[in-house]
Design a protein around this ligand. Structure first.
Ligand code: 2BA
Length: 132
């Protein structure tokens, strides 16, 4: 099957398609666990295909959620809007020096307030998308 132009989606059902390729973006969205259910609901309501991964932030070393979404360029803005509407900024208290290398933190140090989120998005252009 030839590679299609940007935004073209083959007019074939998923069941019939042995091999489907079209131009798309891959969005990696790192969000807080507390926002995951609401965002997944909103994505489902607008028929976005999504894969949810359990992930861990390297700084706080707390669980977060990474979503993988293959989206056409035309739907990218709608996706970003949903993320903005459902993912909220929060703060966490951390002890200076306690999170990087497992040390308990400097004695007598005051906890620091660290902002987290709303969301971190990586948008990549997919070279090829194939379903077998
Ligand atoms: P964490 O790595 O656990 O980071 C949580 C929050 O801590 C970050 O929020 C940021 O505000 C702060 N932070 C991170 N590194 C820091 C540092 N060296 N010094 C001071 N504060 C620091 P967000 O920026 O909203 O990031 C939320 C999560 O998104 C991150 O969790 C990480 O899992 C991911 N992330 C953020 N930027 C990334 C990047 N450039 N590459 C890969 N993952 C990233």
């Amino acid at each position: 099957m030839p590679l299609l132009r940007t935004g073209d989606r083959p007019a074939c059902s998923r069941l019939a398609a042995r091999c489907v390729r079209w131009v798309m973006h891959l969005v990696l969205a790192i969000i807080q666990d507390a926002d995951a259910a609401a965002l997944l609901r909103a994505l489902r309501a607008q028929a976005f295909d999504v894969t949810k991964l359990a992930s861990t932030g390297g700084f706080l070393r707390e669980g977060n959620t990474t979503l993988m979404l293959g989206v056409s360029p035309e739907r990218l803005e709608a996706l970003k809007r949903l993320v903005r509407e459902t993912c909220h900024a929060r703060t966490r208290l951390v002890m200076p020096g306690a999170t990087i290398d497992g040390q308990p933190g400097a004695p007598g140090a005051e906890p620091l307030e660290v902002p987290v989120g709303g969301a971190v998005l990586f948008v990549l252009t997919v070279d090829k998308f194939v379903k077998y």
